[in-house]
Design a protein around this ligand. Structure first.
Ligand code: ADP
Length: 851
């Protein structure tokens, strides 16, 4: 490829700074891109999704110290080569980087740097033009003489090489076909030259100067070759990979010269072949690998495909085709491990043990995939880890949240730029055995996109009938996944694709009660946090009341993750105190600050350091153990985040508390209503789904038809509640979409309160679907809802009569704290929701009229 007059480069170019090599016009170079600046350039200028958007970029040799390539832009070399990006290959190993294949077009000079960040862009002037070649200062003859001389040396050099190598023969032809002016650049880039020499050639803008500088390089190369031919006659160069012509250099200053590096590379390929032959891969895989290695041997190293093929073969060798860990399953030991690692969750543990027992007896893994469904932080992942521990297997977690491309699961075909294997094969490579426990985390958050449905790919992975020959697109040969134990987790089954759900056995993991949380904190979380922060129980003491305080006033969650974080914050604060005590003279080190919320905690704590240890003097060691009481809690964690707001919000008519179920666990939900003059319209706000809206209409219709019975009137005293009246119903926490029929009873109660002017009892919560005739139908998620009500300190809970059986699942101590009202119809609901009942006035009226 020659620099010619036809080439017109843009006047603004993004600049790629290269350390290790100098690109000259007419040559092609592969360069590794890993500095943030260059990576940014590749991402935003060269890539469009996963395909290459060919763009001309400026390649500037970075002459400054490579180690100083941090934030500031180094002084730029003024002359560079405009280049066409031909290929980009991305890889994440050993660190994220791209390999860029660029072809040099022509020289340019930087006129002005236009911007530095995120990657430099400069205004440039094109230097190599054909006119320039002929309009030089020297006469044409002189240049002609120089170029003739150069051409002769070039021919001599090429003819010394093995002409049977196709690349050499091609080079010979090129010498005749290319314009002479392009030869110095091209030959300089293929003969052995240092970067410094290449840089000088790049800087030689005048053609005559360029010829003059390259001739000695050619002569040196010819001499070197002559010597090589003499000394290594017997060991003639049979290495067909070598296109570059290199003289023989011995070890200088103890460093290995490039010749040896090349030999090493060759050795590597031989080693790789040996590894392939001795590996235990399947017959089909072996066949493919041997074919690929044959191709690799013939391929010049500079070809981008060389790296791709090599990476592929290395992965194939590394995969655990036949390597597995030995299962050591003993049900009694498994029970002990599960009990030791997790408090409570009896139902889950029981089911897991059953599952393991069946595996032990049947000795194979065919069967449904376990799927743990529950709110975050209830220990789903952690149980998965324990299962791996009991089986003595490796554990690997694959996060599926947000995965929307089936190549994520099944890999990219090798023809794609940046192709790589999918997560399953990657996971196997990471664990190094073919029978790990794979935890497919958050299967409910798989997304769909134009790139195919990842759920469909997962189906093949999870189906025991198919997964013994799972074919990843990258590998393109089958891999046996039948020994892998898959466990899935999700927050809700509603969004798991039905076909996937069908392959799984769902085990519900509900949230914890306060008592369970306290136990979990003291048995597991606190000891873990103490160890993590280098503290001992002799240094810190957290009484149970404090833990309860954290649970009720600083967290509101079904699981224990926020609780764990808060305990971590306490440990950090105490660690500072302890460290201060130990190093009285040394300046206290408080640099270690965690995430946002913890910063606040530290600042508060720093402001009043004496509050934990009850001593104002920082230099004095605090009394051990440091007791975390409510006072200390407030200092470390700040003022309580959740107060018992329930009673305050129920101090006027038209408010009732409902119980809702969300993927994050149960929650209490306030329903508010107000009325105003209008034309009988109903307004609903608070992000409601269709079912919820229907419930609201049902509730109003039922109340209107029963208004007389309950003496409910609108502002003007009419029993037609919507006469000249508008009603507005609001479900606070508007950002969360709410749907489902279970708010029916709450809406009725709330409206009944509004129209009767009576307050709903402040400690009552309710859930249930309603019918037009006033019946209360059963709903789901009772356990989570009851726990949420219990967490919020409510005392009486109205649930549908037909949900009575669900109460058995609730721990006895929670049941003790609560009164349950089992309602079969709305009359019963209203009677339980208002102090003194919501008496039906009909009989009284009847009685009055008799008088
Ligand atoms: P999930 O996967 O359900 O979101 P994790 O498994 O990540 O939750 O659990 C969060 C943390 O809570 C972990 O550190 C885990 O050890 C702890 N944890 C949760 N439940 C229990 C339990 N029953 N006993 C002991 N630790 C628990």
């Amino acid at each position: 490829m020659a620099a010619g007059s036809a080439i017109q480069i843009p006047t603004r170019l993004p600049l790629l700074l290269t350390h290790e090599s100098v690109l000259l016009p007419g040559s092609t170079m592969r360069t590794s891109v890993d500095s943030p600046r260059n990576m940014q350039l590749v991402r935003s200028r060269l890539l469009k999704g996963t395909s290459l958007r060919s763009t001309i970029i400026g390649v500037i040799p970075n002459t400054s110290d490579p180690t100083s390539d941090c934030d500031d832009l180094p002084n730029l070399h003024r002359i560079g080569t405009a280049a066409l990006a031909v290929q980009v290959v991305g890889s994440n190993w050993p660190k994220p980087h791209y390999t860029l294949l660029v072809t040099g077009l022509c020289r340019f000079q930087i006129l002005q740097l236009l911007k530095e960040k995120p990657y430099p862009v400069a205004e440039v002037q094109q230097l190599d033009r054909l006119e320039q070649f002929t309009n030089g200062h020297k006469s044409e003859e002189e240049l002609g003489e120089l170029s003739e001389q150069f051409y002769k040396y070039a021919v001599q050099l090429v003819e010394m090489l093995d002409m049977s190598v196709p690349a050499v023969a091609k080079l010979r032809r090129l010498l005749d076909n290319l314009p002479r002016e392009a030869l110095p650049d091209i030959l300089t880039s293929i003969i052995r030259t240092t970067n410094q020499e290449k840089l000088q050639i790049l800087d030689a803008v005048r053609l005559e100067e360029r010829f003059k500088m390259t001739i000695p390089l050619l002569v040196r190369q010819i001499e070197g070759l002559k010597l090589l031919q003499k000394t290594r006659k017997s060991k003639q160069d049979d290495d067909k990979r070598v296109v570059a012509i290199r003289p023989n250099r011995r070890i200088t200053h103890g460093r290995i010269t490039e010749d040896e590096e090349e030999e090493e590379d060759h050795d590597d390929v031989v080693m790789l072949e040996k590894k392939i032959r001795t590996s235990s891969m399947s017959e089909q895989a072996l066949k493919v690998c041997l074919k690929e290695i044959k191709r690799l041997k013939k391929m010049p190293q500079s070809m981008p495909e060389y790296a791709l093929t090599r990476n592929y073969l290395e992965l194939m060798v590394e995969l655990p085709w036949n390597k597995s860990t030995k299962d050591r399953l003993e049900i009694r030991a498994a029970r002990i491990v599960l009990d030791n690692d997790h408090y409570a969750m009896e139902k889950l543990k029981k089911r897991v043990l059953e599952y393991l027992a069946v595996r032990q007896l049947k000795n194979n893994l065919k069967g449904p995939i376990l799927c743990f469904v529950g709110p975050p932080g209830v220990g789903k992942t952690s149980v998965g880890r324990s299962i791996a521990k009991t089986l003595g297997r490796e554990f690997h977690r694959i996060a599926l949240g947000g995965v929307c491309d089936q190549s994520d699961i099944r890999g990219h075909r090798r023809t794609y730029v940046g192709s790589m294997p999918g997560r399953i094969i990657n996971g196997l490579k990471t664990v190094g055995v073919n029978n790990p426990v794979f935890l497919l985390d958050e299967v409910d958050k798989l997304a769909k996109s134009l790139q195919g449905d990842p759920a469909a790919a997962l189906l093949e992975v999870l189906d025991p009938e198919q997964n013994h020959s799972f074919t990843d697109h990258y590998l393109n040969v089958a891999f046996d996944l039948s020994q892998v134990l898959f466990i899935a987790t999700a927050n809700t089954t509603a969004t798991i694709p039905p076909a996937l759900l069908d392959r799984m056995e769902v085990i519900q993991v509900p949230g914890y009660t306060q008592e369970e949380k306290i136990e979990i904190a003291h048995r597991h979380l606190i000891p873990k946090q103490l160890e993590l922060h280098g503290l001992t129980p002799q240094q810190i003491q957290i009484p149970q009341v404090t833990t309860l305080g954290i649970i009720t006033r600083y967290t509101r969650e079904a699981g224990v993750r926020a609780l764990d974080r808060k305990l971590g914050a306490i440990c950090r604060a105490v660690a500072v105190k302890v460290a201060e005590g130990q190093h009285k003279e040394a300046k206290p080190d408080r640099a270690e600050v965690g995430e946002g919320e913890d910063c606040k905690e530290h600042i508060t704590e720093d402001a009043k350091p004496e509050s934990i240890s009850d001593t104002a003097d920082l230099a004095l060691p605090p009394e051990m153990p440091i007791l975390i009481d409510f006072h200390a809690l407030k200092d470390i964690l700040g003022p309580p985040m959740y107060d018992m707001e329930v009673s305050e919000r129920l101090n006027q008519p038209g408010v009732a508390i409902g119980l809702a179920w969300t993927p994050l666990g149960g929650e209490i939900m306030f329903v508010e209503a107000s009325r105003m003059d209008g034309e009988g319209q109903l307004t609903l706000t608070g992000q409601l789904g269709d079912v919820m809206k229907e419930s609201a209409h049902l509730a109003i219709s039922w109340l209107r038809s029963n208004a007389k019975r309950y003496q409910l009137t609108n502002a003007s005293g009419s029993f037609d509640l919507l006469d000249n009246t508008d009603i507005h119903l609001h479900f606070p926490a508007g950002a969360v979409t709410k749907d489902g029929p279970s708010a029916g009873v709450t809406i009725v109660t709330c409206l009944a309160s509004l129209f009767s002017g009576r307050l709903v009892c402040s400690d009552v919560a309710m859930t249930g679907e309603i019918t037009l005739r006033g019946l209360v139908l059963p709903v789901g998620g009772i356990k989570d809802k009851v726990l949420a009500a219990h967490r919020a300190g409510l005392k009486r809970i109205i649930i549908p009569q037909r949900n009575e059986k669900d109460l058995e699942e609730i721990a006895a101590h929670v049941r003790q704290d609560l009164t349950f009202v089992l309602a079969g119809c709305l009359d019963e609901v209203l009677n339980a929701a208002f102090d003194g009942g919501f008496a039906v006035k009909a009989r009284l009226e009847h009685f009055n009229s008799k008088l």
